[in-house]
Design a protein around this ligand. Structure first.
Ligand SMILES: *[C@@H]1O[C@H](CO)[C@@H](O)[C@H](O)[C@H]1NC(C)=O
Ligand SMILES: *[C@@H]1O[C@H](CO)[C@@H](O)[C@H](O)[C@H]1NC(C)=O
Ligand SMILES: *[C@@H]1O[C@H](CO)[C@@H](O)[C@H](O)[C@H]1NC(C)=O
Length: 404
């Protein structure tokens, strides 16, 4: 378990070290003012401080080292959309429920969502002539390398998402249907035979272009929780009452199939999404955008209250691996806890007593102005293996301050 206040402590420590936030581009950007240059005032010290800061944050995020995403790393649109719903940015981006099926059930038990593309070089193409006993189609096998999921993360669900494109049936006089079957492959394929177990199946009409989501939780749980060997998933597309010209052309399962070149394989290729929880903090929840409430009561009030503190990930050059947000409003607590303590200072009985004692004996310090309520933010980032992760981090934002 990571102490939740560490982030804020680091920030405040930086503030102290860098001197009341005037020269700290590292983070402190009070209000909108932003001044550059760690070097200017603290030559030599800035670099070291930055390194410590980075290391502490990485540890807090549960990462061994700073991810260095390759150029080819792809952030699937689905995870971006999930993030937007998570962070309350959805309305701003014009994303509505109608456009997006929010995985309510899966997400409600998870604080981490990961996206995986299959290992393309290991894909089994139709030319291999593999078949599923009793099946009529030519399946494709997909291997997903899930080894980047940490052991402490317990998965609760997984879905395989496939993109399919509308077929124009106009004039054929027949309603086009096909069935998509998704299997777990149970043994290494031998002599073109795949030993499989059916996971999910769907009968779909041709007249729509959309993503289809298949529940592959049982297989993924066996691979991760039960440590059983992962021989991949198999997808079979059966065309019912179809003319052969449609064969294999419309569910986007392979780069090599004949699709118009402008289609973006990186965005339309199959995607495996896992939902897990690492035991730290609350699950992902859909959020309405927090309105930036200004709680301050004018400049002259020096009592304990919340102040703006914008943490900019650009300042540690992390914008290459943190996809979103670019930074966030963390806030900090600062101010006096005067005698007698007023109710609105969120004090405890103990703080009232301590302040009372301080008023007669200054050897005993006053109560301190500290965060009394913290909230989480979600972050979308690329991990050390170029895999995309959406994670909820607890206790990142000050919601309320108090004298304690
Ligand atoms: C899976 O990925 C890990 C790194 O995340 C790598 O070390 C391992 O070799 C990969 N396994 C396979 C079968 O490709
Ligand atoms: C597809 O066809 C079915 C029945 O023919 C119809 O109910 C449905 O609205 C159609 N969908 C679209 C997107 O056109
Ligand atoms: C006291 O806490 C509440 C809720 O956490 C918060 O709304 C309020 O602003 C806090 N008071 C001060 C002085 O920060």
């Amino acid at each position: 378990m990571i102490p939740g206040n560490r982030m804020l402590m680091v920030i405040l420590l930086c503030q102290v070290l860098l001197g009341e936030s005037n020269h700290a581009s590292l983070i402190p950007e009070e209000g909108k003012k932003k001044v550059s240059g760690l070097q200017g005032r603290h030559p030599g010290q800035g670099h070291e401080l930055l390194r410590d800061f980075e290391a502490t944050l990485l540890h807090m995020f549960g990462l061994q080292r700073r991810p260095r995403p390759s150029r080819s790393a792809v952030v699937p649109q689905y995870l971006l959309d999930l993030y937007r719903l998570q962070s309350g940015e959805a309305e701003e981006a014009g994303l509505h429920d109608a456009d997006f099926e929010y995985p309510e059930r899966s997400a409600s038990r998870a604080n981490t969502v990961r996206g995986f593309h299959h290992e393309e070089h290991m894909e089994q193409l139709p030319s291999d002539g593999a078949s599923i006993r009793g099946g009529g189609g030519t399946p494709l096998r997909f291997l997903f390398n899930l080894s980047s999921i940490p052991e402490e993360e317990l998965l609760s669900a997984a879905e395989l998402r496939l993109y399919r494109r509308q077929i124009d049936d106009a004039g054929s006089g027949m309603e086009g249907l096909h069935r998509i079957n998704v299997y777990e492959v149970l043994k290494p394929p031998r002599a073109g035979q795949l030993i499989t177990r059916l996971l999910d199946t769907r009968l779909v009409r041709h007249n729509a272009t959309r993503w289809e989501s298949f529940d592959v939780s049982p297989a993924v749980l066996r691979w991760t929780r039960d440590n059983l060997p992962n021989h991949g998933l198999a997808v079979e597309v059966l065309h019912l009452n179809q003319t052969p010209r449609h064969q294999g052309r419309h569910v986007r399962v392979s780069r090599s199939l004949r699709h118009s070149p402008e289609e973006d394989w990186d965005q339309l290729r199959p995607l495996l999404v896992t939902f897990g929880h690492d035991g730290k903090g609350h699950p992902l929840t859909r959020r309405a955008k927090r309105s930036p409430k200004q709680r301050g009561r004018g400049k002259r009030n020096r009592n304990c209250r919340r102040h703006a503190l914008y943490v900019d990930f650009n300042d540690v050059n992390w914008n290459d691996w943190i996809v979103a947000p670019p930074g966030y409003q963390a806030y900090y607590c600062h101010g006096e806890c005067p005698f007698p303590l007023a109710d609105h200072l969120n004090s405890t009985n103990h703080a009232i007593v301590q302040t009372l004692v301080n008023s007669v004996n200054t050897n005993i310090p006053k109560a301190c102005c500290v965060p009394t309520e913290l909230s989480a933010i979600s972050m979308l980032y690329l991990d050390e293996h170029d895999k995309v992760v959406l994670k909820n981090y607890q206790e990142m934002v000050v919601e309320g301050c108090g004298c304690r």
